[in-house]
Write a protein that binds this ligand. Structure first.
Ligand code: CA
Length: 646
C-alpha cells in the first residue's frame, strides 16, 4: 500500500515548467500531449471510442522531456474520441482525463478530443466583455444556473440549463418578466454564477436526482455537464458561451465563482493522481491539511500549483470572455498568488473584476500573514473582499437565526453599519471600538470592499428577518428587507445581491441548502408579483445608484472629504450627508436618513428648501416633494433622501 503522507518530501525542488502548452491539443494532423509529472516513472495515454466503458483503442507511452514534462505527438485525426492519462510513480495511479482537460465526456471521467473553434456560437467573434470604469460601478447579482430556471413558474424551457439564459421575453405566471428580461429590468451590471466548472456530485446522466451548489470541483477547465443539453459532447462549452453571449448582448457581465482552494476528492482527485501530494498543503505530520473544511486545501504557493490556477483563469477569461472571478475561500490562497493572478489577467485584458471570501473555513498550516484574508486586503492589488461586518451589522449574526441587526430591531449597532457605509475604509467619525466584528478599517480603498447582506450561504434575507422577528407583520418584514437593500445600494464599495432576494426569496428556513432539492433552492418566480413592491423598490435603488456617482466614490480620500455622519445620535437611526460631490443635478448636499425604528422619527434640518428624492417606496431623481419646514418626519423602517442645491 502506498503512503499518502508527504512529510519526507521537499516539493520546492520539483522542476518548474513555464510553457503554455500543457494538456492535449488537437489539430487534424496530430495530437500534441504534454503532462507535467516530475515524480512519474511512466506516463501513458489511452484512447477510447466512448466516454465510459469499452476497451482502449490506442495505448501509448509518453516520453520524458525536460522540466518534469512528459510528451507525445500522435499523428492522425482523433476528433470525437476520448482519452485518459495514467501515471506510474512507483505504482500505477488511477486513469484520469488529465488535469488540463478542456472538454470531457459524461461525468468528467474521460477527456474529449475536440476542435475548440467548433465550440464558438454564431457571432461569437463579435462578443465583447463588459468593461467598467471602476469596480464600484458594478451591481453584482449572485445566481445559481439551475435555480434560475428550474421552477415550473420560470416560464423558461431549458430548465436548469445554460440555455435558459438565452430565452427572451419569458414570463412569470402573472405575466411579469422572468429570466434574462427580469435581469435587464432590475438593472444589475453583472451576474455572478455559482460554480459552472465541472463538479462531481450531480450525476450528469440523471441531473434531476441530485442537486448541488457545485463547490466540489472535478475538472477545473471545462463547464459542468448537468447544465448542458448533452453532457457527452461539446455542448457544455458551446452552451456556456451562448449564456455569456446572451448576457453580454443586454450589457450584463458574467462573473464566475472559482473554487481553486480545494478539490471535491482528495486522494482520488485528478491533481493528486497526477503528482501525488504536490498540489495540496500538508500538516506537520504529512497528512493533507484542511483549511477548506472539505478534506484538503490547495497549496497555491507552490510554483506549478500557482501556474495551474493562473493558466486556468486565463483560459476562462479568454475562451469564454468572462468579466470577473469570485474566489471561494480566498483566505486559503497566498497573497503572492492572488497578486500574480491580477497581474497576469491585466496583461490579458485590464478591468476583470476580482473578489473573494477573505477567510478560510478551518486551520491552515500557512501563516495567516501570507494568506489573502480580509485583513490583508491592503496587500492585494485590485482585489476585493466580502464585507461580512456589514452583512451582520444590517441583519444580525449570519449563523444565529434569532440574532438581530440594524434593520430588524437591534439598536446601538449604528457604528457597525457606518463601517459598511464607507466600504470598510477608515473614516474619522466612526468609533471603531463599537464595531463588534472588525475593530479597525480593513480596506484602503472602496473598490476593495463588496457590501452585501445575504448570499447563497446561510438563511435568505427574508427567512432571517422572519426568524429573528417572529412577531413582525408581513408589511414590517417587507420594509426591513427594503431598508437592508437601501443600505447596500447607497453605500460606498461594490454592492452585491443574492438572486431572488429582490422579491423576498425564501428557502423555507433552510440555512445550508447546498444539496437540498430544487423545491428549496429554485427561484420561485411567483414571488415577483407577491412582492412586487420590494422588487420595484430594489429596481429604483439600482437606478439611483447608477445615476448618482456620489454613491460610488472612487477613493477613500473622497469618502472622507465628502461623506459626513450626523452628530445627533438617536438609537436605531443613521444619518449622513454627502457634500459637494460633483453631480449633473446641481446637488450640493445629499442628506440620507435610515430609520430602523418601528415608528416615524423627526429629523431637524438646518434650513428649508430641500427636495425629497426618496421617501418610503418612492425614489424620484426629479424630486417627490419640496420641504418648506426645518424638520422632516422620516417614516418607520425606511430610508429618506433629501437634496439641496445650495
Ligand atoms: Ca459534473
Amino acid at each position: 500500500m502506498r503512503s499518502w503522507q508527504f512529510n519526507h518530501i521537499d516539493f520546492s525542488i520539483y522542476p518548474y515548467y513555464g510553457g503554455d502548452d500543457l494538456g492535449v491539443h488537437y489539430s487534424p494532423e496530430a495530437l500534441q500531449i504534454k503532462v507535467w509529472a516530475p515524480t512519474a516513472r511512466q506516463v501513458e495515454l489511452k484512447i477510447y471510442a466512448r466516454s465510459a466503458g469499452g476497451r482502449a483503442i490506442r495505448h501509448e507511452q509518453l516520453e520524458l522531456a525536460a522540466n518534469g514534462v512528459w510528451e507525445l505527438r500522435l499523428e492522425g485525426d482523433f476528433k470525437g474520441l476520448f482519452y485518459t492519462i495514467r501515471v506510474n510513480d512507483g505504482e500505477w495511479l488511477a486513469e484520469t482525463p488529465g488535469i488540463e482537460a478542456r472538454a470531457v465526456g459524461i461525468n468528467g471521467k474521460r477527456a474529449l478530443i475536440f476542435d475548440p473553434q467548433e465550440t464558438n456560437p454564431e457571432g461569437w467573434e463579435n462578443d465583447q466583455p463588459i468593461v467598467l470604469d471602476s469596480p464600484v460601478d458594478a451591481v453584482l447579482y449572485e445566481l445559481h444556473v439551475r435555480d434560475f430556471s428550474k421552477s415550473p413558474a420560470s416560464g423558461m424551457e431549458h430548465k436548469g440549463q445554460f440555455l435558459a439564459f438565452t430565452e427572451q421575453e419569458t414570463q412569470t405566471p402573472d405575466g411579469l418578466a422572468s429570466g434574462i428580461g427580469h435581469l435587464k429590468e432590475l438593472g444589475i451590471t453583472h451576474v455572478h454564477l455559482l460554480p459552472v466548472f465541472d463538479f462531481f456530485t450531480v450525476d450528469e446522466n440523471h441531473p434531476d436526482e441530485k442537486y448541488n451548489w457545485g463547490y466540489d470541483p472535478l475538472n477545473y477547465n471545462t463547464p459542468e455537464g448537468s447544465y448542458a443539453s448533452n453532457p457527452d459532447d461539446t455542448s457544455r462549452i458551446t452552451e456556456f458561451k451562448r449564456l455569456v453571449q446572451s448576457l453580454h448582448a443586454v450589457g450584463i457581465g458574467v462573473v464566475m465563482d472559482v473554487v481553486y482552494n480545494h478539490t471535491g476528492y482528495t486522494r482520488r482527485s485528478y491533481l493528486n493522481q497526477t503528482v501525488p501530494g504536490y498540489y495540496y498543503r500538508q500538516n506537520r505530520n504529512g497528512n493533507f491539511s484542511n483549511a477548506s473544511g472539505c478534506g484538503n486545501e490547495i497549496a497555491s504557493e507552490r510554483a506549478m500549483a500557482r501556474k495551474y490556477i493562473i493558466d486556468s483563469l486565463k483560459y476562462w477569461a479568454s475562451e469564454f470572455h468572462l468579466d470577473g472571478f469570485r474566489f471561494d475561500l480566498m483566505g486559503i490562497h497566498d497573497v503572492e498568488t492572488m497578486n500574480a493572478i491580477r497581474q497576469e489577467l491585466d496583461q490579458l485584458r485590464p478591468g476583470i473584476l476580482l473578489y473573494g471570501e477573505g477567510w478560510a473555513a478551518d486551520y491552515s498550516p500557512m501563516d495567516e500573514n501570507y494568506r489573502a484574508v480580509k485583513r490583508n486586503v491592503k496587500k492585494l492589488k485590485g482585489i476585493a473582499c466580502f464585507n461580512d461586518d456589514m452583512r451582520d451589522a444590517i441583519k444580525g449574526n449570519n449563523f444565529e437565526a434569532k440574532n438581530r441587526g440594524f434593520v430588524n430591531g437591534r439598536t446601538l449597532n449604528e457604528e457597525a453599519v457606518k463601517f459598511g457605509v464607507v466600504a470598510a475604509c477608515y473614516h474619522p467619525k466612526i468609533v471603531y471600538s463599537y464595531v463588534e466584528s472588525s475593530r479597525e478599517a480593513w480596506a484602503k480603498e472602496p473598490w476593495q470592499c463588496v457590501n452585501y447582506v445575504s448570499c447563497h450561504d446561510n438563511f435568505t434575507l427574508f427567512d432571517k428577518l422572519k426568524q429573528s422577528c417572529p412577531k413582525a407583520t408581513d408589511d414590517q418584514l417587507r420594509k426591513m428587507q427594503k431598508l437592508a437593500f437601501a443600505l447596500i445600494l447607497t453605500s460606498q464599495g461594490i454592492p452585491f445581491i443574492h438572486a431572488g432576494s429582490e422579491f423576498c426569496r425564501s428557502k423555507n428556513g433552510e440555512h445550508n441548502s447546498y444539496k437540498s432539492d430544487d423545491r428549496i433552492n429554485q427561484i420561485d418566480w411567483t414571488l415577483k408579483s407577491g412582492y412586487q413592491d420590494v422588487f420595484e423598490y430594489t429596481r429604483k435603488l439600482i437606478a439611483l445608484r447608477t445615476n448618482v456617482g456620489a454613491f460610488r466614490m472612487r477613493s477613500a480620500d473622497d469618502i472622507r472629504k465628502h461623506l459626513h455622519f450626523s452628530k445627533n445620535y438617536e438609537p436605531g437611526v443613521l444619518a449622513y450627508s454627502i457634500l459637494d460631490y460633483p453631480n449633473p443635478f446641481g446637488w450640493k448636499t445629499i442628506q440620507l436618513v435610515f430609520n430602523a425604528r418601528q415608528e416615524a422619527t423627526t429629523m431637524q434640518l438646518d434650513e428649508h428648501n430641500w427636495q425629497v428624492v426618496a421617501r418610503d417606496d418612492e425614489i424620484e431623481l426629479e424630486g417627490i416633494d419640496c420641504l418648506l419646514d426645518k424638520q422632516v418626519s422620516v417614516p418607520p423602517l425606511s430610508m429618506m433622501i433629501l437634496v439641496k442645491n445650495d
